[in-house]
Design a protein around this ligand. Structure first.
Ligand SMILES: Cc1cc2nc3c(=O)[nH]c(=O)nc-3n(C[C@H](O)[C@H](O)[C@H](O)COP(=O)(O)O)c2cc1C
Length: 371
């Protein structure tokens, strides 16, 4: 027992065993028993399909370099409700030497960005701690993907580790706002010029709370959060449900073009959870009328993500990702704009099959919460 304890303390491979030896051993015992326990872990997922936690954990374990293959083969029954599958080709091709990437940047963009297919979705400083932001950004730097700042401002924690950034602003224009809450072009241009900032994103809405803004309660607005957002400390911090810089589709498209100009031609786009088809068609029409367009659109599914939002919004407002993605893709194809705009997809993307499924439905890349 003493020898095991000593070994746990000095071994460098498993920090769980080093810090919590007893619980750590229990965990590894449970993992060893997993195949037998698997049947107890069947739950329903958000689409009502049987959802197998042990399989999802296998995906996460890949990140640790273990369980690349599973010894037990397919366990889904062909008659299962909602059974989904991907179609393989009769003529497989060799794997590419480098992971595929997609070039984001339409004709009005002068600094196109080569985007990975799997990136970190928008999560702000304030919602996440400094260390979480550092970790996500370091992951982005190591993995060669992009890290979206979320709407809580561009902070030094986003910039420390050198990962590529998509800087997002929302209706509060945090980090680029005047004292009375309006968009400040000079601050925006100064920060957008940072070499780690590769793309600029305007948040229109978010899957978990479409049609609502956001609130950071007063006690959570620390001096540091307040500084990076450009708001008073200790006072409730609100992102309104609506933007003050535009009210019509044409004004939205003009504002995107202005953001891109201020960012010296870096790719600029917007993120939304689709509401109605009419909205999307009106925005496409505005692009045609204005003769310019965003370089990307990120579609967030209504099923996506956590948010401080009323339950009714979380559960019943907004279009789910499959329908939202196909609505935007089809609208862009129909209006002849699809070639110049890349589509990102966000919402319950966790494993490789989720990525492929979204690419098939029209996305060019995905932005899961935790790649
Ligand atoms: C802690 C947290 C903070 C978030 N902050 C933002 C944000 O600032 N801006 C934004 O556009 N989306 C935000 N989101 C939503 C995510 O970017 C993303 O759309 C959503 O989480 C995707 O669904 P998933 O969580 O199922 O992957 C946040 C999500 C979480 C979990």
């Amino acid at each position: 027992m003493f020898a095991v304890g000593l070994y746990d303390l000095v071994q460098p491979r498993h920090s769980v065993l080093r810090n919590y030896p007893v619980l750590g051993h229990l965990r590894y015992l449970m993992e060893a028993l997993r195949p037998e326990l698997q049947q107890y872990f069947i739950e329903r997922d958000y689409d009502g399909r049987p959802y197998d936690r042990s399989r999802r954990s296998i995906i996460y374990e890949r990140a640790k370099g273990v369980h690349a293959e599973q010894a037990f083969g397919t366990e889904r029954d062909i008659d299962e409700v909602g059974y989904e599958y991907l179609a393989q080709s009769v003529a497989p091709v060799p794997l590419p030497d480098t992971p595929p990437r997609v070039l984001v940047g339409g004709p009005d963009c002068t600094q196109p960005y080569s985007m990975a297919l799997l990136n970190v979705s928008a999560m702000s400083f304030g919602a996440l701690s400094a260390n979480a932001i550092r970790a996500l950004n370091k992951g982005a730097a190591l993995g060669g993907f992009a890290h979206d700042t979320g709407e809580g401002g561009l902070t030094p924690y986003h910039l420390e580790n050198g990962g590529d950034l998509v800087w997002e602003i929302g209706s509060g224009y945090f980090g680029a706002r005047t004292a009375d809450g309006h968009f400040d072009p000079q601050q925006f241009a100064d920060k957008a010029a940072h070499p780690h900032v590769k793309c600029l994103s305007l948040k229109l809405s978010q899957g978990a709370k479409p049609g609502l803004g956001g609130v950071l309660p007063a006690p959570k607005v620390s001096a540091e959060i307040a500084r990076y957002r450009g708001v008073p400390a200790g006072v409730k911090c609100v992102s309104p449900a609506y933007h003050s810089v535009f009210t019509t589709p044409r004004e939205l498209i003009r504002f995107i073009a202005r953001m891109r100009e201020l960012a010296d031609g870096k790719p600029t786009g917007f993120k939304l959870c689709v509401g109605t088809r009419t909205d999307i068609l009106a925005i496409c029409k505005a692009m045609l009328d204005e003769g310019t367009a965003p370089d990307f659109i990120i579609v967030d599914g209504a099923e996506g993500g956590t948010a401080a939002a009323p339950l009714e919004y979380e559960d019943h407002v907004g279009v789910p990702l499959t329908d939202g993605l196909m609505t935007v893709h089809n609208a862009l194809v129909g209006t002849g704009l699809r070639d110049r705009i890349k589509l990102g997809a966000s919402g319950k993307v966790a494993g490789a099959t989720d990525v492929v499924k979204r690419l098939i439905q029209g996305a060019d890349y995905t932005t899961p919460r935790a790649p």
